[in-house]
Design a protein. Structure first.
Length: 168
């Protein structure tokens, strides 16, 4: 088996995940959540209950749904905003994040194989997975970019080892 493949199979989610976690309390409004995401420069965050347990995820996709609901129904066939859209209206932004969050959040553990997490993301077309501890509290996020970065770092690591081996 190739050294690169063997090494890839040893990687765990904890090796790739971002441990800096931004959480959105379930009582926050969409407007407050938008501010939290913007200030922290992230495009999604787990929504947590009073005990810190993950109950969903709020992402930019959910904000698009929020805007669409504020301005009326939009179909995939429409290529522009309908003329009656008023981008200044804000009723949906005052609703709690639980109204628009994705409740069926996909999660993994720190010890899960990174390849398994990548397969799950590919199969379900997810951009990120929330990493939970045993109490269902978020401890990190692993994104598609985290996985790509891990693979690039791994390829560089193996190449460096091979170059050292040739010099010996």
């Amino acid at each position: 088996m190739n050294v690169l493949v063997e090494r890839l199979q040893t990687l765990r989610v904890g090796d790739a995940m971002c441990g800096r976690i931004v959480e959105i309390p379930d009582y926050k409004t969409m407007a407050e959540a938008a501010t939290i995401l913007t200030v922290n420069e992230v495009s999604a965050a787990p929504v947590v209950d009073d005990h810190g347990r993950c109950i969903g995820i709020i992402s930019t996709t959910d904000f698009v749904k929020c805007v669409a609901s504020t301005n009326g129904h939009v179909t995939r066939d429409e290529h522009q905003c309908p003329p009656d859209w008023d981008m200044q209206s804000t009723p949906a932004y005052d609703e709690p994040v639980t109204t628009y969050m994705t409740a069926a959040v996909q999660t993994v553990t720190v010890e899960a194989p990174l390849v398994s997490a990548a397969r799950m993301m590919c199969a379900q077309h997810y951009h990120r997975l929330i990493v939970l501890d045993a109490s269902h509290r978020p401890v990190g996020v692993v994104s598609t970019m985290d996985i790509v970065a891990s693979m690039v770092n791994l390829a560089d690591e193996v190449q460096t080892q091979e170059e050292r081996g040739k010099r010996s």
